[in-house]
Design a protein around this ligand. Structure first.
Ligand code: SF4
Length: 448
């Protein structure tokens, strides 16, 4: 749950990075950073906090200059939340300088790190991304950065959408599974953008060109780009990008997220019909699926719950105490709409069950006759090792309880989840090309 961006050959590279990171703030709110490259000199500003809190006008006037820049927003999935673990990760090494941003998690981080430590490497952070710096810097046998990067990414395993900026080039790499999205756009005022989500293209006035393929490395140099196939692609794209993470206006893995969520809602209505008076979304992530449910079932769609937008997402807040309080602060019912009505309430997922329990209680206290929960994804049972901060499996309610028990716990009149096949039907793509491991526990790569 991070975002990466790279801007190549645009006079306002760092500012464009800033706007792109702002568009992708939903992918991580702990820290952010930008490295810019002015005539071969790399400068970095990074800090904890939101993008708009970190960067000031004077940074762009005096430090973050040049026509190449990379950026990152962070939500910690590997490492900890110290400022040292914010990205970009910058280093001086034998061939010059480089800066790296990374979205994803390396599954053999510990194995590689222990090997490097035995050979005398000293680490400053807990981030898996720092392994890459060492693998590149210590590879004395290879004389070019490109060769060293290729060797390094052959040594790492897991999920990585990477952007590496050197003094003259930008290397963009996606792991062979393609877990995390990464797309290229052409900026109308000149140069290219590479970003985790295409919603970043709007603010910098860029046009979508294509996705970086799983297993592909794209090198931006001499004003253009060239592609090298590094690995045989074995796609396992993260289905959760569609369900929860990505912004609805983004196109992920070649499909629009909003449309996909509407389709998931339609599939949910076909699989799990309810006799109800109205379809109510849990805002905001349940809205598109609720619309789909309403269209397919013919039951009217109503915004029965209001969301206060000045409170962060509950799923990504670190402690239970803060989460509990934020649910109360965040959602309120529109009483006169729902009083005496049978509701089918649509949410995108159930994680710990706390939010759903509060929502059901709130709706019943507001006078709803019946509350039927319909979830536009299967029951979340497992952790993610590929870059998404899912809670410990013990905290996932569906890893401990059957659907009936969960229904009782949250106090709903009925509860049902969309099936994996229902999701596949909605994305209209090959089932085998997707990772569903947090639902079916079929992990495509083991953690070493
Ligand atoms: Fe995505 Fe779940 Fe697979 Fe992680 S385990 S990559 S969240 S589908």
């Amino acid at each position: 749950m991070c975002s990466v961006v790279g801007i190549y050959k645009n006079q306002n590279a760092a500012r464009k990075c800033f706007y792109s990171l702002f568009s992708m703030q939903h992918r991580g709110q702990e820290a952010a950073g930008i490295s810019s490259n002015e005539k071969g000199e790399i400068h970095t500003i990074k800090d904890r906090g939101l993008v708009t809190e970190i960067f000031k006008e004077e940074h762009f006037q005096n430090i973050l200059k040049g026509d190449m820049a990379i950026g990152h927003t962070r939500y910690s999935t590997a490492g900890d939340d110290s400022i040292l673990d914010a990205q970009p990760v910058y280093a001086k090494y034998g061939l010059g300088e480089l800066s790296i941003v990374h979205n994803g998690n390396l599954t053999n981080k510990d194995e590689v790190r222990n090997e490097l430590i035995k050979k005398g490497a000293i680490f400053q952070t807990n981030m898996d991304t720092e392994n890459l710096i060492h693998l590149i810097a210590k590879n004395y046998e290879k004389s070019t950065l490109q060769e060293r990067i290729v060797d390094a990414v052959n040594r790492i395993e897991g999920a990585f959408s990477l952007i590496i900026m050197s003094r003259t080039k930008m290397f963009v790499i996606r792991d062979r599974f393609g877990f995390r999205p990464l797309s290229i756009g052409k900026i109308r005022s000149g140069g290219y953008i590479v970003a985790s989500e295409t919603c970043a293209f709007e603010l910098v006035d860029a046009e979508y060109v294509r996705d970086i393929e799983p297993g592909e490395m794209v090198i931006f140099e001499n004003g253009g780009m060239k592609s090298i196939k590094l690995f045989e692609a074995t796609p396992k794209k993260c289905i959760f990008e569609y369900i929860y993470f990505a912004r609805p206006d983004s196109d992920i893995f070649g499909k629009n997220v909003y449309e996909t969520r509407v389709e998931m809602g339609r599939a949910l209505a076909r699989e799990l019909p309810v006799d109800a008076d109205m379809v109510v979304p849990v805002p905001d992530s349940g809205v598109a699926s609720a619309l789909g449910y309403s269209k397919e079932s013919g039951i009217p769609f109503e915004l029965g719950i209001m969301r206060n937008h000045y409170v962060g997402r509950t799923f990504i807040e670190p402690t239970q105490e803060v989460r509990d309080l934020k649910v109360k602060m965040k959602l309120t019912p529109i009483k006169h709409k729902i009083k005496g009505k049978k509701l089918v309430v649509i949410d995108d997922s159930i994680v710990r069950g706390t939010t759903s329990k509060r929502i059901v209680r709130m709706l019943k206290e507001a006078g709803a006759d019946e509350v039927h929960m319909r979830i536009a994804s299967p029951a979340s049972k497992g952790a993610c090792f590929y870059g998404v901060d899912t809670p410990n499996p013990d905290e996932l309610i569906a890893s401990r309880m059957e659907t009936e028990e969960i229904c009782k716990y949250i106090g709903a009149d009925s509860l049902a989840y969309l099936s994996i096949d229902g999701m596949v039907e909605s994305i209209k793509d090959k089932k085998n090309d997707y990772c569903f491991a947090c639902f079916d526990l079929e992990y495509p790569i083991k953690v070493k």
